[in-house]
Design a protein around this ligand. Structure first.
Ligand code: FES
Length: 136
């Protein structure tokens, strides 16, 4: 096994660890943001809940069921977004999510990796819209 393979193996193990022992798994009482999303291709799902304070994420939790990448990505993402502003999170792109999970799952599984981020972003947009009465 060369060095690159060894590092990739380590990252894969990290994914499996987050899948088997998800961090931030559960519900938030009186969450400000609550958004359920799913992948229509496979039915895997994520519900994201956030507590916000002054436009930044104070707490992030999730529940869900599905493949290792989708659930591990939610576990890792909820650990990363605490303290980030709603604006910065909505602006996050695919490459930033891939940096968080530290693997590139390839074109077929990219939707798995993006499910949690999309749910967070849609939830924040929905929350902001309702706050300012912006029509959807
Ligand atoms: Fe369904 Fe990964 S196979 S989200």
């Amino acid at each position: 096994m060369d060095k690159t393979d060894a590092i990739e193996e380590l990252y894969r193990e990290e994914i499996m660890d987050h899948y088997q022992n998800p961090r931030n798994f559960g519900r938030i009482e009186n969450a400000d943001v609550s958004y359920h999303d799913y992948n229509p291709v496979c039915g895997d799902e994520i519900t994201i809940q956030l507590k916000m304070e002054n436009g930044t994420v104070k707490e992030a939790m999730f529940t869900g069921k599905g493949c290792a990448i989708s659930q591990a990505a939610a576990s890792m993402l909820t650990g990363e977004i605490g303290g980030k502003s709603a604006k910065d999170i909505v602006a996050m792109k695919q490459d930033e999510m891939l940096k968080i999970i530290r693997i590139n799952p390839g074109p077929v599984r990219i939707k798995c990796a993006m499910l949690a981020l999309r749910a967070v972003q849609k939830g924040i947009v929905q929350h902001e819209s309702s706050k300012y009465g912006v029509a959807k």
